[in-house]
Design a binder for this molecule. Structure first.
Ligand code: SF4
Length: 374
């Protein structure tokens, strides 16, 4: 299966997308990692040149929309150290277990994030990856493997499994071989992909494993069966070094400039998760208690039973010209009314952007919403 359209319109900080409400820039954050100063810089750019909000994406990235001066935003992103490569900016798509190295997991995959990011940026061939191709690094807890990224690692008791499109390939790697294996897969994908943007669109993904000496590619059960869908880590989280991380769900992934400024004022490392939430890390207990008291009234959610954790939406109107409704407003209304149970994703048209791995998708119609046809 392959797509006929070969134009990669995936936005970046330099190649922006012209949306109905102005230009949209997407800033890649490998591993979702972000400093307080970087968040502050993005918030300032959104306030001066954009819509006044930051959008957290389902891949742990950040978007600024409604941009009036794209060059000014790109300059601000670069000045914050978030644009290390003009040629590879859209292919630095790396998601990692957000709490890795701080709480839980079998190993700390953060050093792999840095090594993989460096390897991708310094490989000229990998500038040819589609902007949608992404890598996942799961530290063994089974959170990000369930996202079915194109090429992934999953730490296990018998070594590190190499995953393709969320499926275990049977290849087992040593920690020293992990990053090289992902680069090998990505290079081969660039060479064989044709018009395919994702590994799942290849007729025969086994072609990506020819460098691993396997006669046959026999994928095991889909990752979804092995790894239940991850949920955002929310609330008070004790780190293994006796510090505290605070996990905050961000309703519909929309962070206001004011929220971002208060978060940045804590002056702690942050992680944007692929569930459109964030972690504020490495806090002393006293600082964490104060931060909770300040951030919760601003609208960030620290209750893991909150309905906000189950409801997501595409941008909808007025940001997207294809939308039949202001789906964010409708989703927010549904949360407030408590009318639906389970995971629900509201979309303005059948394209179903940002659709999560699991849950119901409701698509806007002229007189309400209906389930998306399979
Ligand atoms: S799902 Fe449709 S309406 Fe929503 S952002 Fe995508 S294209 Fe626009």
């Amino acid at each position: 299966m392959s797509r006929t359209r070969d134009q990669d319109a995936c936005p970046g900080a330099l190649q922006v997308h012209q949306a109905a409400d102005g230009a949209l820039a997407r800033v890649r954050l490998p591993g979702g990692m972000l400093t307080a100063a970087q968040l502050e810089a993005l918030a300032e750019a959104a306030e001066r040149f954009g819509s006044g909000t930051l959008e957290l994406t389902g891949r742990g990235n950040v978007q600024v929309r409604g941009i009036s001066e794209p060059e000014a935003v790109a300059a601000a992103v670069a000045a914050a150290g978030l644009l290390p490569s003009a040629t590879h900016e859209r292919v630095r798509n790396i998601v990692a277990s957000p709490l890795s190295g701080r709480a839980g997991g079998l190993t700390d995959v953060r050093p792999w994030v840095s090594r993989l990011d460096n390897a991708v940026q310094t490989d000229p061939e990998l500038a040819g990856l589609p902007g949608r191709f992404w890598f996942s690094l799961d530290d063994g807890r089974g959170d990000v493997s369930s996202l079915a990224a194109d090429a992934g690692l999953h730490v296990g008791p018998d070594g590190v499994a190499l995953l393709l499109a969320g499926r275990d390939t049977g290849v087992r790697l040593t920690p020293d071989d992990c990053v090289g294996a992902l680069v090998t897969v990505a290079r081969r994908f660039v060479r064989v992909r044709g018009n395919a943007w994702r590994v799942s669109e290849l007729d025969d993904p086994a072609v990506l494993l020819t460098d691993f000496g396997l006669a046959d590619f026999a994928p095991s059960a889909p990752t979804g069966a092995s790894f239940p869908p991850g949920r955002p880590p929310v609330g008070w989280i004790d780190q293994s070094d006796s510090h505290v991380a605070l996990g905050a769900a961000v309703p519909l992934g929309v962070l206001t400039v004011r929220q971002a400024q208060f978060l940045a004022a804590i002056d702690a490392p942050m992680v944007i998760t692929p569930w459109r939430s964030l972690l504020v890390c490495d806090l002393d207990e006293g600082v964490a208690e104060t931060a909770l008291r300040v951030l919760a009234p601003l609208g960030l959610v620290f209750d893991e039973s909150s309905r906000w954790l189950s409801v997501t939406a595409c941008v909808g109107s007025p940001g997207c010209a294809k939308s039949r409704a202001d789906v964010r407003a409708d989703a927010a209304q549904a949360v407030e009314a408590g009318t639906r149970n389970g995971n629900v994703h509201y979309v303005g048209c059948e394209r179903a952007c940002g659709r999560p791995v699991v849950g119901e998708v409701l698509v806007a119609t002229d007189d309400g919403y209906r389930p998306l046809r399979p």
